[in-house]
Design a protein around this ligand. Sequence first.
Ligand SMILES: [Zn+2]
Length: 199
Amino acid sequence: MNVQAIPEPPDVPAFHLDDVHALQADLWQHAQRALGPVTHGYAIAPAYFAIDDAASAVRIGNNITISLDVHAARDWPSCVSILGHELVHALDGLTGHASWLEEGVGCLFGIGQCVAMFGHAPMDLCSGAYRSAAKLVASIPNQFDVVKALRAQDIRMCGVTPAQLLAAAPGIDVRTAQILCARFEPKVVGVSRVRDCGE
Ligand SMILES: [Zn+2]
């Protein structure tokens, strides 16, 4: 009898959800080590794949859900980068509209974790306004320590004011601080056009 072997599922995240969830637990610990401990009590559900949508972290009531996109489904470096990014949003509890600072930190953290694990990162995942945000955050000396210090004062990335950011990161200029604290707009690429956020 000619029994055909059943092929193993391909080694891509979409077919290995248990590994994705183990990765989520690791990245969650790394995020808190880099950016300070979580201070909210919201539950974070195991991530799932929503192939037709962009990746996102959404809070409804006390529950945060992270959905991963087709890029994350297809290869492990992208999965680490995207999951790391969304966990940065989850870290602050999604209590307000993301700032340029929050999106930039998300990009840098995700890419950093990806490089640490694989030695390279799919840079095309961080494009347009996200790339601008990442560059701005990368221009802050010791940017993760700055965010960690702010969060230790209960100042979230979505709610930080330019004055608070300048106090925590004296090396940056006022205009950069204003842009980083403004509401992130994914369609704005030239960040010099970002409106000031008031304070
Ligand atoms: Zn984001």
